[in-house]
Design a protein around this ligand. Structure first.
Ligand code: DC
Length: 222
């Protein structure tokens, strides 16, 4: 059985970077589940579809191109908003569920475990995960981080607009009826507002390490 670290949190909370670093630390595979929703949104918009329509969103989910996970085109605000819209459609969540389950059950590269980040990993996708984190940060700090990330990709965007987008997406992701963004009851909470990425990673590692090490020992024995 693979060891699973579930990392949830709102947009630009630092969960992606923390998850990648945790995966590297433990030699686990990593999946950014948000990319699946972003790729679905990209497929819908490229087909001139409507991300709020179930039929359009479902054909998008059926035609996602995983080789484009690293494409900066899925990191734009427009795709983020469309991703949030397709993600509120139950049939889309069901269609993307199998990818995620297959990944955590049999992580690629013979890894002993998987780190998956998203909105509902600890609550819905992997409620049995051995370690769960819920990462938070103030909306202003998250807007600044997103601005830095986009600037690094050569995308110029007004910070006030980014803040408005983040607040709107938080509201949509937290209040949707299906798999809303919320911490699992057994998740460790980590507020990264006043932490740089190194400090945030160190805090995350300290929170998950005892559980992950314990689960690895258990796995070895079993
Ligand atoms: O983490 P992100 O910003 O790349 O996610 C984009 C959108 O996808 C987010 O607004 C909500 C949706 N999402 C989701 O509903 N469930 C997940 N596990 C991951 C992302």
């Amino acid at each position: 059985m693979s060891v699973i670290i579930a990392v949830d949190g709102p947009a630009a909370s630092g969960k992606g970077t923390i998850s990648r670093r945790l995966a590297k630390h433990f030699h686990f595979a990593h999946m950014d589940s948000g990319a699946l929703y972003r790729l679905t949104a990209l497929a819908v918009l490229e087909a001139s579809g409507d991300p709020t329509l179930e039929a359009d969103a479902l054909s998008g989910a059926a035609t996602i191109d995983l080789s484009r996970t690293g494409d900066p085109a899925i990191r734009t605000g427009e795709i983020g908003v469309a991703a949030s819209k397709v993600s509120a459609i139950p049939a889309v969540r069901a269609a993307l569920h199998d990818y995620q389950l297959a990944f955590i059950t049999n992580p690629p590269g013979d890894s002993k475990g998987a780190v998956m980040d998203g909105r509902d990993i600890g609550t819905v996708i992997a409620p049995h995960a051995q370690a769960k984190l819920f990462i938070e940060a103030s909306p202003e700090v998250r807007a600044h981080r997103r601005w830095l990330e986009l600037s690094g990709m050569g995308i110029e965007k007004d910070k006030t607009m980014l803040l408005a987008e983040i607040l709107a997406r938080d509201e949509a992701d937290r209040t949707r009826p299906i798999s809303p963004l919320r911490p699992a009851g057994d998740a460790a909470l980590l507020d990264t507002t006043n932490l740089d990425i190194n400090a945030a990673f160190a805090a995350a590692l300290a929170l998950v390490s005892p559980r992950v090490e314990g689960a690895l020992k258990e796995r070895h024995r079993g």
